[in-house]
Design a protein around this ligand. Structure first.
Ligand code: NDP
Length: 318
């Protein structure tokens, strides 16, 4: 099998990466995806330091393939997370939500590959200047925390691809083999998939959340709370409260009060579908079932092959 430069960089079989999502990406999911030939990522943003240690230990036992940890750079106990990653010799880190200059050099000193998540070409260049080995270019369609500019994946990938020489991993709106092919046609070297894996058996999201993903329709998600940290979520009672706050021209401080603490945990992990924050991408409208991660991965490969064949009949000849 021919390996592209992301497969070479990470030593994986397929350029398909499972996103490190808060409350949804435990060792069970990451190891299944890595065992299937992709790259699994543990989402450390919602894990206390001792919880991350346990997940890394278990992931190492469950797979002998490479896996990664996603570290949001605004995480309060980040030094402890970084130490865990170094101590356990985690080969790859995906960082997000912060300045990549802060931790990339230290991780690289330990031989760890670093990938930073960006939402613009400008930040992609900064990630490369900081020494990152690749970037994830995440478009407007993506679930959870996102860029303010609302650049869609379709527009973002070519922009980032033109701006940097390192491999580009497309994210946002990708949940099928067809969208993998589309992202690669735009110049991506790989894809990162979140929502589809949030609705997997191995995801640590609450059952209510997984069922809600499956029943989500077109138009049910929205990018909001740009004054705090822009986030795409499912419209529910909590979102209605946010809208009421906007109607009364609430200040940033009042919006932070409406958000409160641990809102994402309440929704995605504890299963409160009305008062919780339900972070998911637009692509959730295409997701119709909760499946084992291995099956999701196999489906992606089958769909990709079919899409590649079908495109030959559809494109125009010159
Ligand atoms: P909140 O500030 O509302 O709540 C913190 C949540 O994180 C709580 O649910 C808490 O669990 C859990 N947690 C895990 N480790 C710690 C720790 N060391 N100290 C405090 N809390 C911890 O955060 P959000 O729910 O909005 O965000 C959760 C995480 O998502 C953030 O900590 C951050 O790492 C990440 N994030 C990522 C972004 C990105 O990648 N783009 C952007 C914004 C946030 P408990 O309730 O059990 O105490």
């Amino acid at each position: 099998m021919m390996k592209n430069r992301i497969c070479e960089l990470f030593d994986i079989d397929y350029p398909i990466i499972q996103a490190g999502m808060i409350w949804c990406s435990p060792w069970q999911l990451a190891s299944e995806v890595s065992n299937a030939g992709g790259l699994g990522i543990i989402g450390s943003g919602s894990m206390y330091p001792e919880v991350l240690r346990e997940h890394v230990e278990k992931c190492k036992k469950a797979t002998d393939k490479p896996f990664a940890v996603n570290v949001p750079l605004l995480y309060p106990n980040i030094e402890e997370h970084i130490q865990t990653i170094i101590d356990y010799e985690v080969p790859i880190v995906f960082s997000s939500a912060g300045n990549p200059k802060t931790w990339t050099p230290k991780l690289k000193e330990h031989g760890i590959k670093v990938v930073h998540v960006v939402s613009s070409a400008k930040f992609a260049k900064k990630a490369v200047e900081a020494g990152c080995d690749a970037v994830v270019a995440e478009g407007f369609e993506a679930g959870g925390h996102n860029g303010r500019e609302e650049t869609t994946t379709m527009c973002l990938i070519p922009l980032v691809n033109d701006a940097v020489d390192v491999p580009v991993i497309a994210a946002g709106g990708i949940g099928s083999g067809g969208s993998i092919l589309a992202a690669m046609s735009l110049g991506a070297d790989a894809v990162q998939i979140g929502s589809r894996f949030a609705a997997s058996n191995e995801s640590s999201g609450h059952e209510n959340f997984k069922n809600r993903i499956v029943s989500t329709n077109e138009g049910d998600t929205v990018l909001t709370l740009k004054e705090l940290a822009p986030v795409r979520l499912i419209k529910n009672e909590f979102y209605a409260d946010v809208m009421k706050a906007y109607d009364r021209c609430a200040s940033k401080e009042e919006l932070a009060e409406v958000l409160g603490r641990a809102r994402a945990k309440k929704g995605m992990f504890e299963g409160d579908m009305e008062q919780g924050e339900l972070e998911i991408g637009q692509v959730s409208a295409q997701i119709k079932d909760v499946l084992p991660a291995k099956k999701i991965f196999e489906n992606l490969l089958t769909e990709y092959r079919e899409a590649r064949k079908a495109i030959c009949d559809k494109v125009f000849d010159l």
